[in-house]
Design a protein around this ligand. Sequence first.
Ligand SMILES: [Zn+2]
Length: 119
Amino acid sequence: MSKKKKEKKERPKPLFVKKNDIVVVISGDDRGKQGKVLKVFPKEQRIIVEGINFIKRHTRPSQKNPQGGIIEKEAPIHVSNVMVVCSKCGQPTRVGHQILNDGSKIRVCKKCGEMLEAA
Ligand SMILES: [Zn+2]
């Protein structure tokens, strides 16, 4: 008996958000806040945004941190909760894609059509 395994090694879908993008949060407690993308997790479709979604972690005293206490740290948020802010027109926008003549793919602002940086 042969088991048919439908297992494609899929590469995670590239995120429309890149590191160092400015994004605005469109839902949740941080709605309306803007921040810079510090880290992306394509597999999880999550990102860490500077100053957004702080969580408090209680830590025990350790050598590094003899007091222990509460550390505030950004937690990843799902990309569906943010929109990229276009650096050209300053609007939160959806990201479009364009293929250039040389075959390279770029990201474009759907509001003003300007190029964001390379995809
Ligand atoms: Zn724009």
